[in-house]
Design a protein around this ligand. Structure first.
Ligand code: FES
Length: 176
């Protein structure tokens, strides 16, 4: 009797993504400075850069794994951790910091139950810090995905998160 070799859907999906990645990496083979755009392609496909993708980038571009890892860890816009559906960026630039950005960050950490750089267990929110996104006049500011929320108070973060939770929660049929 043999154990089932059937693959789960996530493994199939990863194989498909890696095959797509291999195809797209061909364009960067031998290209000077091609590693960074190649990594953007990988992150665009997976939402982050898993170890398997780093290995493929290394093999196809013929660049040592250590070098690929070095670039991934150097640039903050690359991540090796799965990301949440929504990214919450709390600004800790000077203006936001002095106007309570740290307290806002602590409130998000507590509300989401995660630390900076982590993702909630349900995969909905990733928490990170930022260094100014041009809303200093209305600090402290928080960005959720592409939306900038200004003059954020710790007491308001529940309402902010709910806006995004509503987007991802299937509306229930109203009881008649
Ligand atoms: S310092 Fe926070 S938006 Fe500029």
């Amino acid at each position: 009797m043999t154990a089932s070799t059937e693959k789960c859907s996530c493994e199939v999906l990863e194989e498909e993504l890696l095959a797509t990645l291999d195809d797209q990496l061909e364009a960067y083979k031998g290209m000077p400075g091609g590693l960074i755009p190649a990594l953007h392609v990988a992150q665009g496909l997976f939402g982050y850069i898993p170890r398997s993708a780093i290995r493929h980038v290394s093999e196809v571009l013929d660049i040592p794994m250590s070098e690929v890892y070095g670039v991934v860890s150097f640039y903050h816009f690359f991540t090796t951790q799965p990301r949440g559906k929504h990214t919450v960026s709390v600004c800790l630039g000077t203006a936001c910091y002095v106007r309570g950005g740290k307290r806002v960050l602590e409130a998000f950490k507590q509300k989401l139950g995660i630390d900076v750089g982590a993702t909630t267990p349900d995969g909905q929110f990733t928490l990170e810090v930022a260094r100014c996104f041009g809303a200093c006049g209305l600090a402290p500011a928080v960005r959720v995905d592409e939306d900038v929320h200004r003059r954020v108070k710790p007491t308001k973060i529940g309402a902010i998160l709910e806006q995004y939770a509503e987007e991802i929660t299937e509306p229930e049929e109203a009881a008649v």
